[in-house]
Each structure stands twice: as C-alpha cells, then as structure tokens.
Design a protein around this ligand. Structure first.
Ligand code: NDP
Length: 501
C-alpha cells in the first residue's frame, strides 16, 4: 500500500480532487494523483511525527537493515521504475537507469556511514576542563519536509530523503507536479520494505501543497528547485522559524585551458550541456576556451553537437523539454544572444520545436546577455573565447550562481578548480561529484546553501548534542559562588601559561 496523506480532500461536488501527470513525449496521461490540501499535509506530518520516534529508536544498525531492505525492493522493481521516470520526464531509458543506479549508491552510502558520522563520540575536554568528560552526537531533527524538482525526480530528492532517513528522521515528500508518480513509487516501495509505520510519506499536488508543507510544523524543509521558488520557501519557513536547506539552479561554466585534451573536453562539454535535454541544475551552460586552442575545440564540439538528436524513443540522445513553459525561456535566451551580436554555430531559434529542442551552440555571446546570466535549462551552450584560462575563471565567477563547474587542463586543473567560486568542480570530466556519495553537493550565492550527500549531507538532517560529565571535583572550580578570591587570578595565570605564548 502506498503511504500517502489521507485521500479525504473533496471538491465541491464531493469528488476527490486529483490531477494528471502527463508523458511529455506524447501528452498522454500517465496517472492521476490526489491534490493534497493543507489539512492533509498536516495529517501526514502528524503521523510522520509518531513514526519518527519508532524510527529513531531503531538506531543506526536497525535503520540500516530497513534501508537495505528498501534498496533491494528498488533493485527488484528497477525496470518498472525506469519506465515510470521516462514516462513522466520523457528522458531516454538509459538516463533513467543511471538515475536509479545513483539512487541506490547514495542510499547504500548514507545507511552505511550514518553511525560513524553521527554516532556518539568522545571529544577532548581540554586543559582547563580536564575534570569533565565530553561527548558529542548528532540527534535526528524529527520530521523532514522534502520538496523536489522534476528534472532528476528520483536522484535529486533522494539526496535529501536517503540522508534524512539514515540520520533517523521521518520524511514527508512533495514531488513536482510533473513527476508525482516517481515520488509515489519511492514512498510505496519504502512502505513495502518498512510496513510498520508511515516513516516516509508522499503528498502530491501543486505549489500550494508544497507551500503547506513549509508551514506544517516540519522540523526542517529541504527544498530543491528554482531560486525563485527557493526564496518563497524560505520566506514561508521564516514564519515558523523552520530551518531550510535550499538547493537551487546554476549557470555552470566549463574552462578549457591551452593544454587540455580537446577531444575529451568537447565531448564533456556537449554531454554536460545537452544530456537530459540540458535540464540539469549543474549542467554546462557556458564554456570559456583559451584563445590559443579555441578554433580546434569549437570544430570538435560542433561536429559532436551536430550528431545529437532529440526524440521520444528509448535510444534517443536527449528527450523532450519536460516542463512546457521552459520552452519559451530557452527561445528567449537564444534570441537575446543573437540579437546582441552572438553567433549560432549549431542550430538557432528553429531548433526549438516543442516538445523537443535540438542542440544549440552559440559563440561570441556578450557577457550581459540572458544566455550568460540566467539559467537556460535547455540543450543550449555558449562557447566564448578568452585570452587564457584564468580569464575564464574570472568570468565564470561573475555569475550570481555558484553551483558547480568543470576544468579541462593537463597541468593545472586543481589550481584552476580552487579559484572557482562554486560548491563543486570536476577536473577533466563533468558532473562527477554528483555521483560520489561521500562528497557534499550544493552551491553558493543564488544556487542556495546547505548540503546534501556525504558527511555534511547527513549532518544537515541532525542537530549536534554536546554532553559533559564531571569525573571528579577540580581544585579550581569557577562555577560556584563559593570560589576562592584567588581562583580567577589562578585560572587566568594557568590560561596565560598554556595559551598566552
Ligand atoms: P520549481 O522551483 O518550479 O519547483 C520546485 C518544487 O517546488 C516543485 O515541487 C514545486 O511544485 C514546488 N513549489 C512551487 N511553488 C511552491 C511554493 N510556493 N512553496 C513550496 N513549494 C513550491 O523548480 P522545478 O521543479 O522547475 O525544477 C527546476 C529547477 O530546480 C532548476 O532551477 C534547477 O536548477 C533546480 N535544481 C537544482 C538542483 C540542485 O541540487 N541544486 C538539482 C535539480 C534541480 P510544483 O511542481 O507542483 O509547482
């Protein structure tokens, strides 16, 4: 049975209010889902709160056993899951397969490492407090609200869900209105493996259902989506002082240095820009290539782009644009770049044939045009020449976003990576950090704050609890009104001796 909030929301004529998720390749209905009201969201959070005590009480080992069982269900039902992700997003089957592989890897990592990262440990109490022992542990927050996007409808929210569950929290998840089936599948497979309590529930609907989750009394809200909605979520959460994790969009750059492997760099640039039809938060939207190698790089990149074709068949290079309203944004960015003097090397406005967009490669695009400053979220990329890689880094850093980046250089990749003001960088590859569960994922600036994945991702869903225990009475006790008149002087003398030199 799928664990959802109660299905009691009725429209004026007494019918359950529902909405359809559509296959963007065909416009056909995939399934209908309830539009959960604010009251139903609160019910879900309330039952999650009851479940959270049981879940937290299982401890790290008990939860690992349950999460392992869930992973096995996901593995067993992987083919069904692939078909569902592709149906709701339109992405090619292999892209859905990769997404599920990443889901399983992250879930495995989170459950394996939660005890080590969050479990109780001794901390040195220091010279001045040597008569006390000190311990630190990270306790679950309670109930986590997760709001997710549609572009990686399983991998992206699971970056919060897996880590929040492993840390001992219950979760209420609101998937995007475009991918409610994927969210429901995740929750129903969880309840197949963990039938005892509604530890992981899904609520479906539109923005209002997400807004209701923000004010429902959850102990933290993990949001992934656009910067615009992220600001609304943060404002709503401020009313109840609900802490937020905000993973937003990006305008990621790829830097090509003079000593780069140009074939590898061009292949990576096109993959980073065009795969998933460019609907990747950390996708490549800008390339800065050192002038010395620019002609050769562009020639290889253009040849590669010309071979990439969109389509609805499982083997297509890229699928459709999942969210119909995004098509106009892509059109606006391409047109604005051309109006401002940019040149199209591959495609142009005619490449936009909803629901598909063919790859568009632009060059000489002014730095103040929309295709450079705003997230395009389509299979388009700007390749601009720069005198050297450092100038590319400078321009990359001018963005208000700061999610990820890539650098191609044989001799100084890590040096250039260090200079980029972003949360994650791949050297001589693209997007690899998202597939390494031990690494934190997140950005700076308009890309948001807080981290999913890795040790930071586990700590994001817990609060640190510090406990001290007096082992014996100290000669110098400062925390009593009975202290001697010399105690303060002696304490300071000791501190100066220990730390003042
Ligand atoms: P949106 O911001 O439009 O929506 C994200 C989620 O928020 C959806 O579930 C949406 O519901 C919900 N929502 C909408 N309005 C509200 C509201 N007022 N209060 C609470 N929730 C609300 O983003 P998209 O779904 O279009 O996703 C694409 C964006 O996500 C891109 O900007 C992309 O860069 C970013 N992203 C960031 C990632 C990261 O890790 N940094 C990873 C993946 C994507 P509904 O759909 O029902 O309106």
């Amino acid at each position: 049975m799928t664990q959802t909030a109660s299905d009691s929301a009725l429209s004026a004529d007494g019918e359950q209010r529902r909405f359809a998720s559509l296959d963007p390749r065909t416009g056909e209905v995939v399934a209908h889902h309830p539009i959960h009201t604010a009251a139903e969201v609160e019910d879900a959070v309330s039952s999650a709160r009851d479940a959270s005590a049981w879940w937290a009480g299982l401890g790290f080992e008990g939860r690992k056993t349950k999460l392992d069982a869930w992973r096995r269900v996901l593995s067993k039902r992987a083919d069904e899951f692939v078909a569902l992700i592709s149906a709701e997003t339109g992405k090619p089957a292999d892209d859905s397969r990769v997404e599920i592989a990443l889901v399983m890897d992250h879930l495995h990592w989170a459950s394996r490492h939660a005890g080590r990262v969050l479990g109780k440990r001794r901390v040195s109490s220091g010279m001045l407090m040597f008569n006390h022992s000190a311990t630190l542990e990270y306790r679950p927050l309670g109930v986590i609200g997760v709001i997710g996007p549609w572009n990686y409808p399983a991998h992206t929210p699971m970056g919060s869900i897996s880590y929040a569950l492993a840390a001992g929290n219950a979760v209420v998840f609101k998937p995007s209105e475009f991918t409610p089936g994927v969210g429901t599948f995740l929750a129903s497979t969880f309840s197949e493996a963990v039938p005892e309590y509604p530890v992981f529930q899904v609520v479906t609907g539109f923005g209002e259902t997400g807004a209701a989750l923000c004010t429902s009394g959850v102990d933290k809200l993990a949001f992934t989506g656009s910067t615009r909605t992220g600001k609304k979520v943060m404002a709503a959460c401020a009313a109840t002082l609900t802490p937020v994790l905000v993973e937003c969009g990006g305008k990621d750059a790829l830097i090509v240095d003079t000593d780069a492997d140009l074939v590898a760099a061009a292949e990576a640039a096109m993959w980073g820009a065009v795969s998933n039809a460019g609907q990747t938060c950390a996708g490549v939207e800008r390339v800065y290539v050192a002038e010395e190698v620019a002609d050769e790089f562009i020639e290889i990149a253009v040849k590669r782009a010309l071979k990439l074709k969109p389509g609805g068949e499982p083997s297509a290079n890229l699928g459709p644009i999942t969210m119909p309203s995004q098509v106009e944004i892509i059109r606006e960015h391409v047109q604005d770049a051309l109006d401002r003097g940019g040149k199209a090397l591959v495609g142009g406005p005619d490449s936009i044939r909803p629901p598909y967009v063919e790859p568009v490669v632009l060059t000489d695009v002014p730095e103040d045009s929309l295709a450079i400053t705003e997230e395009t979220f389509g299979p388009t990329v700007v390749i601009n020449r720069v005198p050297n890689a450092l100038e590319g880094v400078r321009l990359a850093n001018q963005s208000k976003y700061g999610l990820g980046a890539a650098v191609f250089s044989r001799s100084r990749g890590e040096e250039l990576a260090r200079e980029l003001r972003v949360g994650m960088v791949s050297v001589n590859a693209v997007l690899t950090y998202a597939a390494i569960p031990g690494l934190p994922f997140g950005g700076v600036g308009d890309s948001g704050f807080g981290r999913i994945h890795g040790e930071d991702g586990l700590r994001e869903f817990a609060y640190p609890k510090a406990v001290t225990k007096q082992r014996f009475k100290a000669l110098l006790n400062m925390t009593t009104f009975d202290r001697s008149s010399l105690a303060g002087k002696q304490m300071l003398r000791l501190a100066r001796l220990l730390f003042g030199r």
